[in-house]
Design a protein around this ligand. Structure first.
Ligand SMILES: Cc1cc2nc3c(=O)[nH]c(=O)nc-3n(C[C@H](O)[C@H](O)[C@H](O)COP(=O)(O)OP(=O)(O)OC[C@H]3O[C@@H](n4cnc5c(N)ncnc54)[C@H](O)[C@@H]3O)c2cc1C
Length: 352
């Protein structure tokens, strides 16, 4: 049995390690680089408070083959790589994650390549320079806060139509207070263009900027669509309740690239999906009945530098509760959860 896992992020790494524990199949993981990117720490990579990556060899269990490359196409039991090589598979897990679609004139902070570029650009900025982060969701908030905490000599601005909009009132106010404490200027407006050292707002105002980062994660790699598999309007692979492609029963999907009803793009959703996909691949090999995936959320955590964070508790369906944790307690919780995601992916012990 040949299993190919495409993408070694949270979902793919977790799935591969579960498969190595549960099956005797030959498992190959294909990833564009030889390291695991701790994507939930990319804002720390930008500001220099974490390397945010680890060698894949330290993340994958013994016996798993790593193939550095990018999958160009998923065919009939075959994946084709960008170097022209191809790998046969009996079963595959698609776990290629998500991307960013930055506005021209901005650098995406939510991808590895973008974070590297942002980090280099930040290092060239002198005291008093203005950094603008676009995006009022968790990625934008964390990026602006982390830079403000690490580089208090810069002026940091966060622009978004609804900053912390997904939070309940109490947690939203607390996020705003945390940003305020870090001297992050919050501008609630849309952005229509970034050019010539200016961020142009929907209201018509133009704000001077020295570096503009795109703090929004959206869209997915077009691999599934390019391979002729059924995708939704965002390009995510359409799967059944077992996380299996509706076109090809040999292909399972997990993480940001899978269209799982009720899930939002998050590590919190990706790892349980990696577990379901891996367990159902193992069950397919064993000829056993597959188990349906269950979506459950518990919280949304945003860090505000290293010493503060807000953890908005949620109902299982991801709607916010009134309760939240903040301050040092929130920061400790956020750090433990972040470490837990790496520990979980590495251990490959399904928690569903
Ligand atoms: C700054 C930031 C903070 C975040 N904070 C949180 C948080 O606190 N909590 C939370 O739940 N989520 C958070 N997220 C979201 C979370 O990081 C993603 O939802 C998560 O990484 C998705 O996991 P994944 O395994 O689907 O994809 P990824 O982790 O993106 O991994 C996908 C992998 O597939 C590889 N790949 C892509 N295309 C190909 C190809 N064609 N062939 C082979 N390999 C390919 C990629 O290079 C990558 O290694 C945050 C994101 C950012 C950017």
């Amino acid at each position: 049995m040949q299993i190919v896992v495409i993408g070694a992020g949270y979902a793919g790494t977790y799935a591969a390690n579960i498969l190595a524990r549960k099956t005797k199949a030959d498992i190959t993981v294909v990833n564009p680089r030889g390291h695991f990117v701790e994507r939930v720490r990319l804002h720390q990579r930008v500001s220099g408070t974490s390397p945010a990556h680890a060698p894949l060899t330290s993340m994958l269990r013994a016996g798993i083959t790593t193939r550095i490359g990018t999958v160009e196409k998923i065919g009939d039991g075959l994946v084709t790589l960008d170097d022209g090589a191809s790998l046969e598979f009996d079963l595959a897990v698609l776990a290629v994650g998500s991307t960013a679609q930055p506005m021209p004139g901005t650098i995406p902070a939510g991808t590895w390549e973008g974070a590297e570029q942002a980090r280099a650009a930040l290092a060239t900025l002198h005291s008093g320079a203005v950094v603008t982060v676009i995006g009022g969701g968790p990625t934008g908030i964390e990026t602006a806060a982390e830079i403000a905490a690490a580089r208090p000599d810069l002026r940091v601005r966060l622009v978004g139509t609804a900053v912390a909009g997904g939070f309940a009132e109490g947690a939203r106010r607390r996020v705003r207070a945390g940003l305020d404490r870090l001297k992050v200027e919050v501008v609630e407006d849309g952005v229509t263009a970034v050019a010539d050292g200016q961020v142009v707002l929907r209201s018509g105002t133009a704000l001077a900027t020295d570096l503009t980062l795109w703090g929004i994660v959206s869209g997915v790699p077009d691999l599934a669509a390019r391979s002729g598999l059924t995708v939704d309007e965002e390009g995510r692979l359409v799967v059944d309740e077992f996380l299996r492609s509706v076109d090809d029963p040999r292909v399972f999907a997990a993480g940001d690239c899978a269209a799982v009803p009720g899930a939002r793009m998050s590590c919190q959703a990706s790892e349980p999906q990696g577990a379901t996909a891996a367990l159902n691949v193992a069950r397919t090999i064993q000829g056993r009945e597959l188990t349906p995936h269950v979506v459950r959320f518990v919280a949304v955590c945003v860090s505000l530098g290293r010493a503060d964070a807000v953890a908005q508790l949620t109902h299982f369906d991801d709607s916010p509760r009134r309760a939240y944790l903040a301050g040092r307690t929130g920061a400790v919780l956020k750090e433990q959860v972040t470490r837990g995601t790496v520990f979980g992916a590495k251990a490959g012990i399904p928690f569903r």
